[in-house]
Design a protein around this ligand. Structure first.
Ligand SMILES: [Zn+2]
Length: 439
């Protein structure tokens, strides 16, 4: 716990602009890791990729068995206004909260919780004289919350050396209660796929002029119409494969009519799809590609017609679609040759990892031993993780944060008052220790 707290106190805040990032904090974080995990530093080979991403190799007894990559990220989301926090964001205070012991601060759940838990597991296995049967790589990115370039560069290093992992485990779903109505047991939600992201630029250019003699439709008016048209043309919604599997697994942990509904997803898919679409924006997003205008720019004077107006539409692309099919859909929705729609940046959705094979079985058996009350279930993640960079190396990429997180803890991710229950974090250390001990 003290090692975890020491890492939480280093404010490794990710910023979109490299120049605004406090890189000294990342150097301090590396030093703190060295102080807290001396055995790990002595026994594993460490390299620093792209100045701040850490790639560790724990050499196994045999070099033939495909290795495993465990991932987490060093950076954290901007804490926002520090005075909005009920307890300081970077003090890692342990306190009693709603009857339970919690550790408070940015990164407790996303994602220093996992990073520290992995290191604690490795340190304690080293202390016990353990040597893994195969190579284990640890990959700790430094800009997961912004660009993900660190993990991308580390993946390129692994690819260059011909490393073909048996499986990859990164942050993702957690052990949750009350995720589905009627759920009687906690669900360990393992992300087997994640959406892609596309930023599309909409641009209208026209001749400017005096605001006293406007054209029928100004650049801003035309752009506004285009955005409205995009809002009115949703993408196809359906129950994706991983969500069907999730319902089937979750059905074992739900009673009565709801349990029956979940288990018989082949028959009940239309009902479940409608329920997901109406339950919350988050569950709605699981049913297809989403899109929303996030930036708008245009105009420079109160009495002048602007020559140019621009907007960014941010799309979260469901498996089955691509950056290009989404671009085509947006252009069709806008149906206006005077609005240019172009892809500015993004990446395609991940492939879907199998719910069979060594990686999945190891996750399932480890959970079954440590959390026999929980049911493992695959799902499709709305959010992106660094693990997307590893999908070219293996189809077996899993996204799971092995902590039981309450609804309040999940709600504090990327928000103020991020925290994790001490017991929950210790359960995560036990999970990684048990998993690594089998490799
Ligand atoms: Zn994260």
């Amino acid at each position: 716990m003290e090692r975890f707290r020491a890492l939480l106190r280093v404010p490794t805040v990710s910023r979109s602009e490299a120049a605004e990032t406090d890189w000294a904090a990342f150097a301090a974080f590396r030093e703190e890791l060295g102080r807290q995990f001396p055995r790990m530093h002595a026994a594993l080979d460490r390299e620093v990729v792209l100045e701040h991403t850490l790639l560790w190799r724990w050499r196994g007894a045999d070099a033939v068995t495909p290795p495993v990559v465990l991932m987490a990220h060093q950076d954290v989301v901007d804490p926002g206004r520090l005075e909005d926090w009920a307890h300081p964001a970077f003090a890692a205070e342990i306190l009693e909260h709603e009857g339970e012991s919690v550790v408070w601060g940015r990164g407790t759940a996303d994602d220093k919780g996992s990073l520290a838990a992995i290191c604690c597991a490795v340190e304690s296995l080293l202390e016990a004289g353990h040597r893994p049967g195969r190579d284990i790589w640890l990959l700790f990115g430094h800009d997961e919350e912004t660009h993900g370039t660190g993990a991308q560069a580390a993946a390129a290093v692994l690819a260059e050396r011909g490393v073909a992992p048996a499986f990859v485990l990164d942050e993702g779903g957690a052990i949750v209660r009350g995720f589905l109505p009627g759920q009687t047991r906690p669900i360990a939600a393992v992300g087997v796929a994640e959406k892609g992201v596309g930023n599309y630029l909409l641009r209208v250019t026209e001749r400017g002029g005096h605001a006293s003699a406007p054209p029928p439709l100004s650049a801003i008016g035309r752009l506004a119409r285009a955005i409205t048209r995009i809002d009115r043309a949703p993408f196809r919604s359906r129950l994706p494969g991983p969500m069907r599997e999730m319902f089937r697994s979750a059905g074992q942990a739900a009673s009565g009519a709801r349990g029956w509904l979940y288990r018989n997803v082949r028959l009940t898919a239309p009902i479940l799809l409608a329920a997901l679409k109406s339950a919350s924006p988050e569950s709605r997003a699981m049913t297809g590609t989403s899109r929303v205008a996030t930036v708008i720019r245009g105009g420079h004077a109160q009495n002048a017609i602007p020559e140019r107006a621009e907007a960014i539409v941010n799309a979260r692309i469901a498996p089955g679609e691509t950056l290009d099919t989404v671009l085509a859909h947006l252009r069709r929705s806008v149906r206006d040759p005077l609005v240019a729609v172009e892809l500015e940046s993004g990446w395609n959705p991940s492939p879907i990892a199998p719910t069979s094979g060594e990686g999945w079985s190891l996750l399932a058996s480890t959970l079954a031993r440590l959390r026999p009350d929980a049911v493992i279930a695959p799902y499709q993640q709305n959010g992106a993780t660094d693990s997307r960079s590893l999908t070219p190396l293996t189809p077996n990429v899993y996204r799971f944060t092995p902590f039981e997180l309450s609804e309040a803890e999940r709600g504090a991710l990327h928000a103020v008052d991020e925290r994790i229950r001490v017991e929950s974090w210790l359960g995560g250390v036990a999970f990684y220790r048990e998993l690594i001990a089998q490799l």
